[in-house]
Design a protein around this ligand. Structure first.
Ligand code: GLP
Length: 242
């Protein structure tokens, strides 16, 4: 695991973007794993700038998002489908059908999970997975106690995660869905390169566990200690306990 402590989140974003630009220059039809949340925004903003300067194109790239809330209306601002389009996908030149996410409104959610796993494999697997990390050490929505070998499945959201995410739902935790679909830890571990980005004091404990804690389902991100190619990009606050 390579850990890079940057002066600020903007620099961490620049380094994350560098990895993606280099990948797409080498392999224009690469498969990206996209994460929502505030952490990857510095990467996405930098990628938008690099796209505008003509340095990189996403026209042949494919992408899979990590997770989705269950039960939010398709026109709800906070479905991760809508969030990732607004935050990144619609700001660059992805082909319309190239970005995939699990359907949190489907009647048969277990079938959706199974098909999502198959779609990732059919695409050739994820070349580079962008990750944030929750304050409780979750990645995707793999909450504490998740199986370290889990695949895409339905999960109940932890109370802490619903509290953390209430800011996107008018501050009202009751508006935050109770369930989600998430790629599993085993799914994430299949990505060829994982780039995890974290900023702020609130992430310092989770980052400490990720880097120095024992591998444990109680801190799901610690499974990444077993991944052969992980880059962790931190600002100084998030690195406060490493
Ligand atoms: C959500 C997402 C995660 C993300 C986490 C942290 O729970 N499912 O993928 O890493 O939030 O979000 P933020 O980066 O906004 O702190």
């Amino acid at each position: 695991m390579e850990i890079v402590i940057c002066p600020d989140a903007t620099e961490a974003g620049r380094l994350g973007a560098n990895a993606i630009v280099a990948l797409l220059q080498r392999k224009p039809d690469a498969v990206l794993g996209l994460a929502t949340g505030s952490s990857p925004m510095a990467i996405y903003d930098e990628l938008v700038r690099r796209r505008q300067s003509g340095e990189v194109s996403f026209a042949q790239a494919r992408a899979f998002t990590l997770d989705e809330y269950v039960g939010l209306a398709s026109d709800h601002r906070e479905t991760y489908h809508n969030v990732i389009r607004r935050d990144f996908v619609d700001r660059v030149d992805f082909a319309p059908a190239a970005v995939h996410g699990p359907d949190g409104l489907a009647a048969d959610l277990p079938a959706v999970c199974h098909e999502y796993e198959e779609a990732i494999v059919t695409a050739g697997g994820v070349d580079l997975q962008i990750l944030g990390i929750g304050t409780d050490g979750h990645i995707g929505f793999n909450e504490p106690s998740s199986s370290l070998a889990s695949r895409t499945r339905i999960k109940t959201l932890a109370t802490q995660t619903r509290i953390d995410n209430a800011r996107f739902f008018g501050g009202d935790v009751d508006q935050v869905p109770t369930h989600c679909i998430t790629q599993g830890l085993g799914t994430i571990m299949d990505a060829r390169h994982v780039v995890l980005v974290a900023s702020g004091h609130g992430k310092a404990e989770a980052v400490h566990q990720l880097a120095e804690g024992p591998v444990s389902a109680m801190w799901p991100a610690t499974i990444l200690q077993h991944h052969p190619h992980v880059t962790v990009l931190l600002d100084e606050a998030a690195a406060g306990r490493v």
